[in-house]
Write a protein that binds this ligand. Structure first.
Ligand code: NI
Length: 226
């Protein structure tokens, strides 16, 4: 399942975000890569301990917790604090699969990476290349979204970032452990939730809505783990 979350930040907010991020010291992206993916990775990242990265990562998570589509699609249990990366001309990241379990630096908590998320922070017309190419059961999809939009995709997928040929791609990325581990089950729950919300907005029969809502929660009870 691939889900797009639109407009998490306004144009003014994005300007301020970019300014703050670009003023920080950037390090080689291989620092957080596994052995296999380090060979394919050419980009730069902000250090996980960078105070600005931590603060802005917290802001991203705040926005997401207020976003009904994100909450319904991801059903988050734990979220890895957002990291930030940039790809200049000639940089890219070949096909790889993300580590299944990631320890959060400085705490004992670990996150199973059921979902991966990329928040695009640069306007698409300011750089060429840099598409996020995701290969999964639905085939191969190239994703390049407007600044402030986020894509959620299965953590189990092979994916790559096309080399940037002009300008610079700036993004936040992170992982989510979901209450529902299986992508197909999460996808059914999202479809059902969206349909229930639509029927509610249309003023559908209250008794039927109550039954459907009950089915949703009973499926979540069956498939979810806390
Ligand atoms: Ni990756």
């Amino acid at each position: 399942m691939l889900v797009e979350i639109d407009r998490l930040f306004s144009a003014d907010e994005l300007d301020a975000l970019r300014q703050q991020l670009l003023a920080q010291p950037w390090v080689d992206g291989k620092a957080t890569a596994g052995i296999q993916s380090a060979q394919a990775k050419r980009n730069r990242q902000l250090d996980e301990d960078d105070p600005v990265a931590r603060q802005l990562g917290g802001l991203v998570l705040q926005r997401l917790s207020d976003n009904p589509l994100f909450m319904s699609a991801a059903l988050p249990k734990r979220i890895y604090p957002p990291l930030f990366n940039r790809y200049g001309a000639g940089e890219g990241f070949g096909f790889h699969v993300d580590n299944a379990i990631r320890g959060i630096k400085g705490v004992r908590e670990r996150v199973r990476t059921d979902l991966s998320a990329t928040l695009f922070l640069a306007d698409p017309d300011t750089y060429d290349g840099g598409e996020l190419v995701i290969r999964d059961t639905f085939g191969e999809r190239a994703v390049k979204l407007p600044a402030g939009h986020l894509v959620l995709y299965p953590g189990s997928s092979l994916h790559r970032v096309e080399p940037v040929t002009r300008g610079e791609r700036l993004a936040a990325f992170f992982w989510i452990e979901s209450l529902v581990r299986e992508d197909s089950q999460r996808s059914l729950l999202l479809d059902m939730d969206v349909a229930i919300q639509r029927l509610t907005a249309q003023g559908a029969d209250a008794g039927s809505l109550l039954e459907l809502t009950g089915v949703y929660h009973n499926l979540l009870r069956r498939w979810g783990d806390t």
